[in-house]
Design a protein around this ligand. Structure first.
Ligand code: HEC
Length: 198
């Protein structure tokens, strides 16, 4: 009799644990899908064309955005990335490779991480500019990449993210020159603001 109750309690406990485990597991499994949806909502500008242009100032060159970028904001903007990436030093591989020191690092360079063939074939280092392009739209930048992330379409947010990635280094690379010719509509004061940096 007592044995029966014990067995039942055990079974109940077991299945509860199982359900909890499944929940955690599926969170991990399905996280990319949530993000995909969130990502597709963002690029209002792309399909809407002219409409979005009225709302947003004309795009500024990435180095200018980067000079104004806020690494602190970037640190919170990489929360979705943290589902797959470790940002600590030296870091461990999760679904994606660890990203400490990624700025200026050769692409597909973390030993032991199984990069996709297209990523391995891409070649070169992760410059500010290439990170910007990749994070904007991974699948477009490197077709066949196994990074299941829709992309961050907001230029300023991407600059914040890259500014944060830059800080993940023992000796952060100097920022690219921000005096690239300002986009039409950008005031010269922007350059000055960029220089004072927070
Ligand atoms: C769903 C999981 C996932 C998310 C979310 C994700 N990544 Fe990735 N990331 C990967 C995988 C997997 C790779 C390896 C891609 C390949 O080999 O094709 C990768 C590769 C990279 C690389 C190249 C690293 C190297 O060593 O060459 C960078 C940089 C990167 N991710 C940045 C980001 C940033 C920044 C974010 C957030 C804005 C992000 N990732 C979000 C899974 C993810």
């Amino acid at each position: 009799m007592n044995m029966e109750i014990n067995k039942m309690a055990g079974a109940l406990l077991g299945s509860l644990l199982g359900v909890m485990g499944l929940g955690m597991f599926s969170d991990v499994l399905y996280a990319p899908d949530h993000m995909k949806k969130a990502g597709y909502d963002l690029p209002a500008g792309e399909a809407a064309g002219g409409k979005a242009e009225a709302a947003k100032p004309a795009g500024e060159p990435f180095p200018v955005l980067l000079a104004k970028a806020d690494a602190k904001k970037g640190e919170s903007l990489v929360k979705p990335c943290a589902a797959c990436h470790d940002f600590t030093k030296p870091g461990v591989s999760k679904v994606g490779p660890p990203l400490y020191g990624v700025v200026g690092r050769a692409k597909a360079h973390v030993a032991g991480f199984a990069y996709s063939d297209p990523m391995k074939a891409k070649g070169g280092d992760w410059s500010f500019d290439e990170l910007n392009k990749f994070i904007a739209d991974p699948k477009k930048d490197i077709p066949g990449t196994k990074m299941a992330f829709a992309g961050e379409k907001d230029d300023a947010k991407r600059a914040d993210i890259v500014a944060y990635l830059r800080t993940l280094s023992d000796s952060p690379l100097p920022l690219p020159a921000a005096d690239a010719k300002p986009a039409e509509g950008a005031k010269p004061a922007d350059g000055a603001k960029a220089a004072e940096h927070k």
